[in-house]
Design a protein around this ligand. Structure first.
Ligand SMILES: C[S@@+](CC[C@H](N)C(=O)[O-])C[C@H]1O[C@@H](n2cnc3c(N)ncnc32)[C@H](O)[C@@H]1O
Length: 276
C-alpha cells in the first residue's frame, strides 16, 4: 500500500529543510515540496513519513533529504557580463602582481559556474603572460551536485546555453560533437588543477575560511532561496571573507541589502568592497 502525502507532511518538510539549510519554501511552493517528497518516497520506499522525518532529524537520510530540496539550475558563463568584468576590469592589473588570486564560488551546483570562472582565469593568465597563481574554491550544500562537478564531464546544448566566442574552449575542455546542437565537454586537467570542490552550508553560523581571504566572490542565484533576514546574515558572513577592494557578484534578482554602505556599485550586480 502506498502512503499519501498530506499537509502535515508538507509542513514538516518545510520546517526541516529551513532548519537544516535555511531554504525557505512558502506555501506557494507546496506542490514543489509534495513532488520532492514523492521522489523521496519512491527512492527510499517510505511507508511512514513521521518515522522518516524523525530519522532525518537524527541524521539518517539527512543529506539525501537536503539534496532532494535544492534547486540546481545553472549554465556555463551564465550572466556572462560577470566574466567580462573579471577579464576586463579585475584581471589585467591583478595578474601583474605576484600575489595569488583566490576566487570563491559559494553555490557551485553542478560545476558549470566554477569551471567558467577557472576558464576565465586561465585564459587571462595566457593573454597577459602572467605567472600569478590562481585558484577557485567551489562549495555547495548538495553532495550529489558536488560529486557530479568533480568529474567535470558535461553535455552542453549550445542552443539553450550559447558558449562565449572570446575564448577557445578547446584549450580547457576536450570537446566532441554529440549532435548538431549538443557537445560533450570534458574539463582538462589544467582547469581541474586550480579548482577545489567542498561541501559548505551557507546557513552555518561560521565558514572555515580566512577573514578577507578572497579577491572575488560569486554568490549568485542562491540568496533567493532564503528569507531576507537570513540573506542579510549570509551576505555579511560571505562579505567578511572578501578583501577590501575585492569584487562580489550577485545573481540578477538578488540584492546587496544592508551591505549597501560598504560597497561601490558598478551595475549589473557587481559590487566592490570599500570597507568592513
Ligand atoms: C540555482 S543554483 C545556482 C548555481 C550557480 N550559482 C548559478 O548561478 O548558476 C543554487 C545552488 O545553491 C545551493 N544551495 C542551496 N542552499 C544552500 C545552502 N544553505 N548552502 C550552500 N548551498 C546551497 C543548491 O544546492 C544549488 O546548487
Amino acid at each position: 500500500m502506498s502512503v499519501n502525502i498530506n499537509n502535515n507532511d508538507i509542513n514538516k518538510a518545510r520546517e526541516i529543510i529551513y532548519k537544516i539549510a535555511g531554504i525557505y519554501l512558502p506555501t506557494s511552493k507546496d506542490s514543489t515540496i509534495k513532488n520532492r517528497l514523492d521522489m523521496l518516497k519512491r527512492k527510499f520506499n517510505i511507508q511512514d513519513f513521521d518515522n522518516f522525518f524523525h530519522q532525518v532529524k537524527h541524521g539518517h537520510f539527512k543529506q539525501e533529504f537536503v539534496n532532494a530540496f535544492t534547486t540546481n539550475k545553472t549554465d556555463f558563463f551564465r550572466e556572462g557580463f560577470h566574466f567580462d568584468d573579471m577579464l576586463d576590469r579585475i584581471l589585467p592589473h591583478r595578474l601583474k602582481e605576484n600575489e595569488p588570486i583566490k576566487v570563491y564560488c559559494s553555490a557551485s551546483s553542478t560545476g558549470e559556474e566554477p569551471y567558467s570562472i577557472a576558464t576565465t582565469l586561465l585564459y587571462a593568465k595566457e593573454i597577459y603572460c602572467s605567472s600569478t597563481p590562481v585558484s577557485v574554491l567551489a562549495t555547495d550544500i548538495d553532495t550529489s551536485v558536488l560529486d557530479f562537478a568533480k568529474k567535470g564531464k558535461y553535455v552542453v546544448n549550445t542552443k539553450l546555453n550559447p558558449l562565449p566566442t572570446w575564448v577557445d574552449l578547446k584549450d580547457y575542455f576536450d570537446i566532441k560533437h554529440k549532435n548538431d546542437h549538443e557537445l560533450f565537454m570534458d574539463a582538462k586537467s589544467n582547469l581541474k588543477n586550480i579548482l577545489t570542490f567542498k561541501q559548505q552550508n551557507l546557513y552555518d553560523s561560521r565558514y572555515p575560511f580566512g577573514i578577507k581571504e578572497f579577491d572575488i566572490i560569486f554568490c549568485r542565484n542562491v540568496l533567493i532561496y532564503f528569507k531576507v533576514s537570513d540573506q542579510e546574515q549570509i551576505l555579511s558572513q560571505i562579505f567578511s571573507h572578501l578583501k577590501i577592494g575585492g569584487t562580489l557578484y550577485l545573481g540578477h534578482s538578488e540584492n546587496i541589502l544592508n551591505l549597501a554602505p560598504k560597497v561601490d556599485r558598478l551595475g549589473k550586480n557587481i559590487f566592490v568592497k570599500v570597507m568592513d
